[in-house]
Design a protein around this ligand. Structure first.
Ligand SMILES: [Zn+2]
Ligand SMILES: [Zn+2]
Length: 732
């Protein structure tokens, strides 16, 4: 009996008999794809396990129609990871599996790369000898070519000749002179060469490499903590070198490929070897090609964003997760919401290899795992070339004069740093010109018609845009309600850039946000203008923190630290602290000391104070203690049942019924809500959530297992879109 996972929303495996003897297919082993009958359809599934018996009577079972793979698509550890994912996130295993492989494979394409070949048949040999076909010149010359080329050639080789050979080939095939076949390519792994020796390691780097290196061959989890520029990447590269030298493969996960071109470039510079790069911007065929490179073992370094956590890596030896605190490592859209970081740790444990989590600002979960002894902390304290960390100070917005968002002390500091040939970074996490368009006569505010949100003014483009649903309208000159003049209120990066251009007319300024970076090359251009020193002021959003090097920035001004100090989401302070530290990390690299000024209306806030006096460590300690007292994660476990619908009532009605089904929850499991989202209406749909909190993980998951199936059966479930989010990282 073969137990097969199929891409259906049903939470189970399906039993099949071995392929019929006359089908020509050998019996599959777990991890191979098979084609099976399913109702009236034929589906591609994956054999997950073998079984001695079935719940169904034997006569109702059908045989597998065809085995699609000569060797397993997923090895035992990968298959185990899929099962674990399905269990932990309470998601149908067939859908987890389907999401883990490229679309083409899901539809039945071969995993082995093949080559299209055209071969001369016996009839073709005879025809060629007889000088046929006489009247079709292009056919005759193709037959001539293939006959002299040893009787056949690949389509790629024929394409390379440049003429249109396909019509002739088709005609010759019809006459029985040629055959076309797909031949499996034997792609062995290519030798890996280290192009250039890396720099001399600092003692802390050396120690980190030694400690992780010693644990090769078994599971161990490490946190590699170090500020920007402390040399984390060099540690990844050295460990990769060691793994490759031992004949092992390496999996590297990063939050966003597009924003971290430097890391990919560093791997390419160091290793002369094929690299499989997997991310969401690939086309289906590019993804299939990269996946095949990884699966065949041709590329032994696999680098990718979150879904790459499922990528095949034969003889996996090491997993690296860079920027482990970054929220984009968590899938928070769609039906299956997983944490690629957590799955990476699980995969390492299943594959018996070490996993290295890198960050300048580790997540509180990871720090808690360090405290409880599950992870080993490795720290890179020194910055190569310079020792002094930047000096942080707060600017009280209530007592300072402010001109277009910049307080006087910050403006004076800018003048000072610019006069001393430094560069300045102005950070504001809000793109556009102004977040609000207001009529001063009647109080009208430009609203998004699809969201509970205001439209953002984009002055240069002359548009009003919604940053939540993408709605886009022309910028009106007058109030549509009373006809009076309207004015933009508040600051966005576009407005700050314009204001600074007026204040510092001699100084070239660049901006870095999603409005500026729209296509390939835009980002590189901004980075180049700053690093060459051509531009002296950089205005940017969190994009400035994503792996770019600006060694000459000596001053960082955080324009507004207050979004995030008071939020309903218990993770908001953690995110704020991470952002401030990451932004501050741009200051004072190279030989110059840095200065960081944070503008706030709440200079006495304990979070800002602990960050200022004791750094990220001090903040993390305070924040973890607060979480412990409030019993928030990691001191409890959370799941969120999220729903959205076309009316305000639909999601709330569904969640209320779901809550009623959980009335008999065991001790230690609490249901909280339902509540509408803070921004209930987004893109025309209404959102709400129900929180499920558990003191212990096993109790919570036993409850979820039973409860989700009941929730799925609710009639009201059909009127909404819903998803269970285990370990949510954003709450309404
Ligand atoms: Zn008005
Ligand atoms: Zn909108």
């Amino acid at each position: 009996m073969f137990r097969v996972a199929l891409d259906t929303p049903l939470r189970r495996l399906f039993d099949y008999l071995p392929p019929a003897a006359d089908s020509g297919s050998p019996a599959p082993v777990p991890g191979m794809r098979v084609r099976v009958p399913f109702g009236r359809r034929r589906l591609v599934g994956t054999v997950v396990e073998l079984a001695d018996s079935s719940e169904l009577p034997l006569e109702r079972l059908k045989p597998i129609l065809e085995v699609l793979d000569p060797k397993p698509l997923l090895d035992a550890a990968a298959l185990e990871l899929i099962r674990w994912t399905a269990d932990y996130y309470h998601h149908p295993i067939g859908e987890v599996l389907a999401g883990a492989v490229p679309k083409a494979l899901r539809l039945g394409a071969g995993a082995v790369e093949t080559e299209e070949r055209w071969t001369v048949t016996e009839a073709g040999v005879a025809a060629h000898a007889a000088g046929e076909p006489r009247r079709a010149h292009s056919q005759r010359s193709l037959l001539e070519l293939l006959s002299t080329a040893g009787g056949g050639a690949s389509a790629a080789a024929l394409d390379a000749r440049g003429d249109n050979w396909r019509d002739a080939a088709r005609a010759l095939k019809q006459r029985g002179f040629l055959t076309r076949s797909d031949v499996a390519l034997e792609l062995g792994s290519e030798p890996v060469r280290v192009r250039a020796a890396g720099p001399q390691l600092l003692p802390e780097q050396d120690d980190a490499v030694e400690q992780v290196g010693k644990s090769f061959g078994g599971y161990a989890a490490f946190l590699l903590e170090g500020v920007t520029g402390s040399g984390k990447t060099e540690v990844y590269l050295r460990l990769t070198e060691r793994a490759l030298a031992a004949g092992r493969g390496v999996l590297v996960l990063v939050p966003e490929i597009g924003l971290t071109p430097q890391l990919v470039a560093r791997f390419r510079e160091r290793f002369e070897a094929p690299l499989a790069v997997l991310h969401s911007a690939l086309t289906d065929s590019e993804r299939l090609a990269a996946w095949r490179d990884a699966w065949s073992g041709r590329a032994r370094i696999v680098l990718g964003t979150r879904s790459a956590v499922f990528a095949p890596v034969p003889a996996l030896g090491l997993i690296v997760v860079d920027e482990e605190h970054d929220t984009s490592l968590k899938q928070h859209e769609g039906a299956l919401r997983y944490s690629a970081r957590d799955l990476a740790v699980m995969r390492a444990s299943l594959a018996h290899v070490p996993v290295l989590l890198g960050s300048a600002t580790p997540s509180l979960e990871t720090l808690h795992n360090v405290d409880s002894g599950r992870y080993t902390r490795l720290r890179l304290l020194r910055r190569p070339g310079e020792a002094r960390p930047p000096r942080l100070a707060l600017i009280d917005l209530r007592t300072s004069a402010i001109d277009s968002g910049v307080a006087t002390p910050a403006a004076l500091a800018m003048e000072r740093h610019l006069a001393a040939d430094g560069q300045v970074l102005i950070f504001l996490n809000r793109r556009g010109y102004a977040p609000t368009l207001l009529c001063t006569a009647c109080g009208w505010i430009a609203p998004c018609l699809e969201c509970d949100a205001r439209l953002t003014v984009h002055l240069a483009a002359g548009r009003l845009r919604c940053h939540h649903c993408g709605a886009d309208a022309p910028l009106p000159a007058r109030c549509p309600q009373c006809g009076f003049a309207v004015k933009p209120v508040g600051q966005g990066t576009e407005r700050i850039e314009a204001a600074l251009a007026t204040r510092f007319p001699e100084i070239p300024i660049v901006r870095l946000d999603r409005d500026v970076v729209r296509k390939r090359g835009d980002l590189e251009q901004v980075v180049r203008r700053m690093s060459s020193g051509e531009a002296r002021i950089l205005v940017g959003t969190t994009m400035v923190t994503k792996g770019h090097d600006f060694p000459n920035i000596t001053l960082v001004v955080v324009l507004n630290a207050d979004q995030g100090l008071f939020s309903t989401d218990f993770r908001a302070p953690e995110r704020l602290a991470q952002t401030i530290v990451q932004v501050a990390g741009r200051a004072g690299r190279g030989a110059r000391p840095g200065e960081v000024l944070i503008q706030t209306e709440f200079p006495q806030h304990p979070l800002l104070q602990s960050l200022l006096t004791r750094g990220y460590d001090g903040f993390a300690e305070t924040a973890l203690e607060e979480r412990r007292q409030a019993q928030w994660p990691p001191f409890s476990r959370l799941a969120a049942l999220r729903a959205s619908g076309k009316t305000r009532e639909a999601p709330l009605g569904f969640l209320t019924e779901a809550r009623a089904r959980g009335a008999n929850a065991p001790r230690g499991v609490r249901l909280l809500g339902p509540v509408p989202a803070a921004m209930a209406r987004r893109a025309g749909r209404f959102h709400a959530q129900l929180l499920i909190e558990g003191r212990e993980r096993p109790t919570l998951h036993r409850f979820l297992d039973r409860w989700v199936e009941e929730v799925e059966g609710l009639k009201s479930a059909q009127r909404v879109r819903w998803a269970l989010d285990v370990d949510p990282i954003e709450l309404f």
